[in-house]
Write a protein of this length. Structure first.
Length: 322
């Protein structure tokens, strides 16, 4: 049984890491959950939130229902994610705009290490597992080269964006933020989060209420999508774990194209601030990169990203033995 300190503090920190990953197009919070050892518990906890909790409240009280829902774990994780998204959304967007090679290199190393970590957990390779791996690679690679669309800033579309993006966010290898980018909703969601923060700091009620309404609709879609898909994931892990892990490895391999540090901009667009930003890109070798390729820096940061995951695995395995 977990104690508040340090166990739930550690869960909160893992939530912060998940939130930071989720705001980056190309990196999945589900990957962070998986490599930090809480993925299975997260899926099981979400799946466990159902109508039986109402019966538990009536028969045994709120405390029993809270324990049944693993409420302390979910609350700690959600607080961590919220802190991270509100704190790092602007920082990460800034770093992606000013130091893209450094950011993508770090995440490239992180994902390489994650692939090796999950690969080790596959106990038996069968034909269905190999097929799942190939499907995962092809599907995710296609997503990374798909052309983003511009969409209307409407409430129904925000709901749909939340519903689809949350499914990607809990799948290791598929970036929910990138799905939002493809749907044309990324800038709207990140901009709304920044509006919420500005509304809170400036006590601007008009700005705050607008941001809360938009985020509320997005969150509603996310909650429904999360609850719906968690049942499928729970069943897959319970009945076909090796095939599911192979599929997730495929997702992560396919996503490497998106986090490859060196890109050639094929098309640009004007964002809401009137700035010219990349719209469509393709991966290229460093020698063909226009500008300073920062190859040595990229290698060092990729290695650091690899070491972060390697270190997390070692710590998790030691805690498991204790």
């Amino acid at each position: 049984m977990r104690k508040f300190f340090p166990d739930y503090i550690i869960v909160l920190l893992k939530g912060i890491a998940m939130g930071a990953a989720d705001v980056v197009p190309g990196v999945s919070g589900g990957t962070i959950a998986f490599i930090s050892g809480i993925y299975q518990e997260l899926i099981d906890s979400i799946n466990g939130i159902n109508l039986s909790l109402v019966k538990t409240v009536k028969k045994e009280g709120l405390k029993a229902a809270w324990q049944q829902a693993n409420g302390s774990f979910l609350l700690s994780l959600l607080i961590g994610i919220a802190i991270s998204v509100l704190t790092f959304s602007k920082i990460i967007v800034h770093l992606l705009a000013t130091q893209p090679i450094m950011v993508w290199s770090f995440f490239f190393g992180l994902i390489i290490a994650s692939i090796l970590l999950i690969w080790k957990q596959i106990t038996k390779w069968e034909l269905v597992s190999i097929v799942a791996l190939i499907i995962g690679v092809i599907l995710t690679y296609y997503i990374t080269i798909a052309r983003p669309v511009s969409s209307p800033d409407s409430y129904p579309y925000l709901f749909l964006s939340g519903f689809i993006a949350i499914i990607a966010m809990i799948l290791p290898g598929i970036s929910g933020a990138f799905i939002l980018l493809l749907m044309g909703s990324y800038e709207t969601v990140i901009g709304t989060i920044n509006q919420l923060r500005e509304g809170l700091t400036q006590m601007n009620m008009e700005l705050l209420s607008t941001a809360l309404l938009k985020l509320g609709i997005f969150a509603l879609g996310a909650i429904i999508g999360l609850k719906s898909f968690s049942k499928i994931l729970h069943w897959m892990f319970e009945r076909h774990k090796n095939t599911t892990l192979a599929l997730l490895v495929g997702f992560m391999i396919g996503s490497l194209n998106k986090v490859w540090p060196w890109k050639e901009v094929l098309e640009t667009r004007i964002n809401s601030h009137g700035e010219t930003v990349p719209f469509l890109e393709k991966s290229i070798l460093p020698q063909y990169f226009s500008g300073d390729a920062q190859v040595l820096t990229a290698i060092i940061l990729a290695f650091l990203g690899f070491l972060v995951i390697y270190g997390m695995e070692k710590i998790a395995s030691r805690l498991g033995k204790d």
